[in-house]
Design a protein around this ligand. Sequence first.
Ligand code: UDP
Ligand code: MG
Length: 317
Amino acid sequence: MDKLYIVVPCYNEEEVLPETVSRLTHKLEALISAGTVATDSRMLLVDDGSKDRTWQMIEDFHRENPLVQGLKLARNRGHQNALLAGLMTAKDHADVSISMDADLQDDIEAVDDFLRAYYDGCDIVYGVRNNRDTDTGFKRSTAQAFYKLMTFLGADTVYNHADYRLMSRRALEGLAQFKEVNLFLRGIVPMVGYKTATVEYKRGERFAGESKYPLTKMLNFALDGVTSLSVRPIRFITLLGFLLAAAGCVWALVLLILFLLGRPISGATVAVMSIWTACGLQLLATGVIGEYLGKIYLETKQRPRFIIETYLGDEGM
Ligand code: UDP
Ligand code: MG
């Protein structure tokens, strides 16, 4: 039986916390009495610098409820960093972690399937929602466009998976080796590797309070995702520059031939041709510089180049 930590980032969640804690307490008690997880399994509530009473409430829960642990960040660092802080704490204390949002939009009954896959040997289990009818049409279409864009730009993400996932301790240790500041967990976790599984669940409504992800945060999040995982946008600049410059050159050639054949050529045509060529060359040059910048950018992340899964060494070493 392994020790489970349920990691929950909380930002201004005073409205949902009592209900969340009581539901998670029931779930943990059920798992413990069924013998699925160890008796010292816990929920770890991470306060992401909330401005409301979230932290005081976590302190109270911790005092009254032995299953509740708290972690407080020094200031609001955003969902991804709060989650990472919680997971890195779980790594040092638990055998396996499950992360979920404080509003319990993700069906906590899926935890049973997560743990089944884990005991079957999976190190990472992705929760994948099989419905989006609780979202507004706007959120649904922007989310879909986002996944498409990510795939197009070469970033490997799991479709319809948010941050509801199980990670074993060694998967967390792998994750700990990614030192990047510009953090996008959904893109990084698949890079860790190991055996993985997906579990489908139905996503419900936030049962109280407001979404902590307004449009501006969502856009920032998407931009982080693209720029932290991919340097392809730079490549598009290079490509565009190349195409423009090439078109300009062909154009120049055509004009030259026409000129040699003694046909009349208007000054405007020549001017436009020059503009195309010059702009193209400039973009191309910018792109080339960008390519190097991109390399430096990826290099400064100091991502681990590999994570060893098994080591067959001598006995007793
Ligand atoms: N969250 C956080 N820090 C932030 C914003 C959000 O820790 O700066 C947490 C929030 O408390 C919740 C989770 O991230 O547990 C997801 O937020 P929310 O449910 O508001 O997002 P939505 O479901 O609307 O996308
Ligand atoms: Mg939510």
